[in-house]
Design a protein around this ligand. Structure first.
Ligand SMILES: NC(=O)c1ccc[n+]([C@@H]2O[C@H](COP(=O)([O-])OP(=O)(O)OC[C@H]3O[C@@H](n4cnc5c(N)ncnc54)[C@H](O)[C@@H]3O)[C@@H](O)[C@H]2O)c1
Length: 376
């Protein structure tokens, strides 16, 4: 087993989720390459040292350009805010490194295209961390759809609800609150939360043809953490949109950070000619399935416990009946990435695929601004 030396940019939420995945993957999956936590990068030396020590990174860099230039790094993992993804990815591609980039791919389609061009030109393996695809129940939904169990699909319904930005005195910007600053995030719930729903929807139901959206910014001004000045809020606090898919199905998407009581409620439901599927991350190991072709008196929603050896990824974990969680979706991401190096097939979603999700996000924001349907 040869090493896959990881250079991690960031030491926040996703850097922890990914570091955990790199450490675990070789204990559960049979792979030809084993991730090694080679170097971590962050600007604050004290916090970086604590992170590197906790996760076992061999080296540290406070400048991300230096990390990318290192000869002892094979793959760069971008876990920094959205406004840095493009610049970091371009530099990593130029240095010939493989890239694992957090979602959304970029701030907008223009940046995303540059990133796709850069990895194509450099011929470097690339992946975007849309991790929900790799929750076994969601992967199973994909299998059922591809097997034709649902038949023709009529509806895709998704929502992603949170409630953490309701306080009007919450500032915007800076290390902790970059998601509220449009210059760091690019958009609000559209790029942060709906991007996940769009990625899953495209994966399960094909491409989106057109969208009609509305957005709202409920708190119009917030103090900026870095400048101390009260500034206009440029992000969308909430977004709801209708979509027509190329397969003829109709869809609704909703996301907000103002749904009191909801912390991370990402749910979707798909209704087909023969059957329906529903998934809820609060019970993420369960897939709800209704099949109209069942015998009439027994027909009803069944709740499948996705823990059996013939369920996606589950033969790698515990015995049937015992479940796994959120963090395992990232372990599966690393496993699939490494397997793609063996099979030499691209790992999905790659930059090119994630650019299509970016294009839907951009069409959604444009539609909300214009008050019109927009073709993707
Ligand atoms: N896949 C998912 O489910 C998921 C979940 C959360 C976040 N994300 C994405 O992951 C990315 C990071 O989000 P997060 O929640 O980990 O944020 P975070 O705020 O917890 O961490 C961001 C990290 O980037 C570092 N950073 C900022 N500027 C930097 C610079 N110039 N050089 C080096 N490091 C720098 C910060 O110090 C911090 O460690 C975002 O793109 C976000 O959209 C994805």
């Amino acid at each position: 087993m040869s090493d896959l030396r990881i250079g991690m940019i960031g030491y926040g939420f996703m850097a922890r989720a990914h570091s955990n995945a790199y450490r675990k993957v070789a204990n559960f999956f049979d792979l030809k390459r084993k991730p090694v936590l080679q170097a971590a990068c962050g600007r604050d030396k004290k916090q970086l040292r604590a992170f590197a020590k906790k996760w076992g990174y061999a080296a540290m860099e406070t400048d991300w350009r230096k990390l990318i230039e290192r000869d002892d790094i094979d793959a760069v993992d971008i876990c920094a805010p959205n406004n840095l993804h493009c610049e970091m990815a371009l530099a990593a591609a130029k240095a010939g490194k493989m890239i694992l980039c957090e979602k959304p791919l970029a701030m907008d389609v223009k940046e995303g295209k540059k990133m796709v061009d850069a990895v194509t030109k450099a011929k470097v393996r690339n992946m975007v961390w849309y991790n929900y695809r790799r929750v076994p129940a969601v992967t199973m939904a994909k299998q059922l759809i591809d097997e034709g169990k649902l038949g023709r699909i009529f509806h895709f319904r998704a929502k992603f609800l949170q409630d953490w930005t309701i306080a009007s005195d919450l500032p915007q910007g800076g290390t902790a609150l970059w998601r509220l600053d449009v210059k760091a995030a690019g958009s609000g719930v559209t790029g942060d939360l709906l991007a996940h729903c769009i990625d899953t929807a495209r994966w399960l139901n094909g491409e989106v043809d057109q969208v009609s959206a509305m957005t709202e910014t409920f708190i119009k001004k917030r103090k900026h953490t870095l400048t101390g000045k009260v500034q206009k809020v440029g992000i969308d606090d909430a977004c709801a949109f209708l979509a027509r898919f190329k397969n003829g199905s109709l869809s609704t998407f909703e996301s907000t950070r103002y749904a009191r009581g909801h912390k991370a409620q990402y749910v979707f439901e798909i209704n087909g000619e023969h059957a329906s599927i529903a998934w809820d991350p609060h019970d993420l190991h369960r897939l709800e399935f209704f099949d109209h072709r069942d015998e009439g008196k027994l027909r009803g929603w069944r709740s499948i416990h996705i823990t059996d050896g013939d369920h996606p990824y589950m033969d790698k974990w515990w015995v049937p009946g015992l479940q796994i969680g959120y963090e395992h979706s990232f372990v599966h991401g690393v496993a699939d990435f490494i397997q793609s190096l063996e099979t030499r097939k691209s790992v999905q979603p790659d930059f090119k695929d994630a650019l299509r999700t970016q294009a839907v996000c951009e069409a959604v924001l444009k539609s909300a601004k214009k008050g019109k349907w927009v073709k993707v």
